[in-house]
Design a protein. Structure first.
Ligand SMILES: Cc1cc2nc3c(=O)[nH]c(=O)nc-3n(C[C@H](O)[C@H](O)[C@H](O)COP(=O)(O)OP(=O)(O)OC[C@H]3O[C@@H](n4cnc5c(N)ncnc54)[C@H](O)[C@@H]3O)c2cc1C
Length: 432
């Protein structure tokens, strides 16, 4: 069996998902040597694991805009598709990765512990497990936690937030009086496709689907009304399956319970779909919207987002509502949830929110970045997570070049590189 030698790099990105791949490519284009590890055998994160196969939130910019272009022009399931397929998404990423000589992606490699510098407690890389019990080390000048779960930051000793914050914590109008451990509901997504030859059978309404998006629909996203199987032609649909609460999204056994619970709710529905002429392609895993959030030098709050705050150290911009799949609001009838849905403004992501409090050698990006439970329900979507990741990649590359810690960088230097042609990240909405 192959032995893995220890490796060394400028930048180590842990997690090849919506935020990790833009981080890795952004850092590579900024001149750093980059290794990106991914615990799955394939890259992609949420679209590969959970079948989250369309972008919500704006802007789609920078490296994610390049990906989006490939998805639309080369890898779309049909000419007018309103979503992509996991396979197309993985192929588009592979094409972008292959164009970066400074970037080495290692799949099927899970970070299991964190290395620290000898002379300080700064993060100096991770230990990777490929086969249970067989490990190797990757040392880095800067590591980026793009795991979605924040597990690397947790292992590094960062302050971790989990669940709902109390109103008094950050002064948020929609926070509960008392904080608790509840996170946004999980959803098990799937594709269905009509089987040719039996399309004249009556099609049952799907009771546990709250949105279905046909691959050849005429409308723009999102549909004003949910499109349910049976109400449209037998095409390929992306379905949001039932939503379930998970008692602890940090715990794989609790996630397995949530999976089982979702399966129980969805089984009759899946049988009916099958009987009525649909094939069903269930995502490999139930979709986890929220796990740990890392406490950073700045914590983004509901007030920042509703107030449309663009801090001086803005390194990414965001436009998406509060999509808070509320705990305790899962309806028995439809497996659906009542979304929080308060109005938001466009806002800026401060560089400080990427820097874990009190820990050097590390940046945290994507859905585990520093924000409250409510704020995270807005910035967690893929276009915004992608911009945040790319900004972190550039910042990490500058740190490696100048032998500096992330907290010592001038955010203006990061912004200057992000505006360059090979990054072209949109940093304001002035031009829209
Ligand atoms: C059900 C559901 C529906 C959603 N709908 C939409 C939508 O319609 N549009 C939209 O834009 N967003 C949507 N989102 C949100 C979006 O998918 C995520 O918030 C986004 O993907 C977050 O990006 P990320 O990089 O933080 O995490 P991810 O994309 O999850 O990537 C994290 C990666 O890190 C890897 N990883 C984890 N731990 C380790 C480790 N120890 N070592 C190595 N690798 C590791 C994982 O395998 C994964 O590939 C949805 C999310 C869910 C769950």
């Amino acid at each position: 069996m192959a032995q893995h030698d220890d490796l060394s790099t400028d930048i180590l990105v842990v997690g090849a998902g919506a935020s990790g791949l833009p981080a890795a490519i952004g850092a590579a284009r900024a001149g750093a040597k980059v290794i990106c590890i991914e615990e799955d055998p394939v890259v992609g994160g949420a679209p590969s694991d959970y079948y989250v196969c369309l972008f919500y939130g704006r802007p789609i910019t920078g490296i994610l805009a390049e990906l989006d272009h490939l998805l639309k022009t080369k890898y779309a399931p049909t000419a007018r598709a309103q979503f992509f397929l996991p396979s197309g998404y993985q192929r588009a990423w592979r094409e972008l990765i292959a164009a970066e000589p400074n970037l080495h992606v290692i799949p099927a490699a899970r970070a299991v512990s964190v290395l620290h510098r000898r002379d300080s407690d700064a993060v100096a890389g991770v230990t990777v497990e490929v086969i249970p019990g067989r490990t190797f080390n990757i040392s880095s000048k800067v590591a980026i936690d793009a795991t979605g779960s924040g597990v690397v930051s947790d292992l590094a000793g960062c302050t971790v937030m989990y669940g709902r914050d109390a109103k008094a914590d950050f002064g948020e109008p929609h926070a509960p009086d008392v904080g608790d451990d509840q996170v946004q509901a999980c959803t098990w997504m799937y594709f269905i496709q009509g089987i040719p030859g039996i399309e004249d059978k009556p099609r049952a309404r799907a009771v546990h689907v709250n949105v279905g998006i046909p691959a050849r629909g005429e409308d723009h996203l999102p549909h004003a009304e949910p499109v349910l199987p049976g109400e449209t032609d037998p095409e390929l649909y992306l379905q949001w399956g039932c939503a379930v609460e998970c008692r602890d999204t940090r715990d794989p056994l609790a996630l397995a319970e949530a999976h089982a619970k979702a399966y129980e709710v969805m089984a009759p529905e899946l049988d009916r779909l099958h009987e009525n002429g649909h094939t069903v392609h269930l995502a490999p895993r139930i979709g986890v919207r929220e796990c740990r959030r890392i406490r950073g030098e700045y914590v983004i709050t509901e007030n920042d987002i509703t107030g449309g705050v663009f801090p001086d150290d803005t390194v990414a911009v965001a436009d998406y509502g509060f999509d808070d799949w509320r705990p305790h609001r899962v309806s028995e009838e439809r497996g659906n949830v009542d979304e929080f849905g308060a109005a938001t403004a466009r806002y800026g992501i401060p560089y400080r929110a990427l820097i874990p409090q009190g820990v050097n050698g590390l940046l945290a990006v994507g859905k585990c970045m520093s924000g409250t439970h409510i704020a995270q329900s807005s910035f967690r979507v893929m276009p915004i997570a992608g911009s945040i990741g790319q900004a972190a990649g550039v910042a990490a590359a500058l740190c490696a070049k100048h032998n500096a810690q992330p907290r010592d960088l001038d955010p203006e230097d990061v912004r200057a590189v992000l505006r360059k042609k090979q990054q072209h990240l949109q940093l304001s909405f002035d031009d829209n």
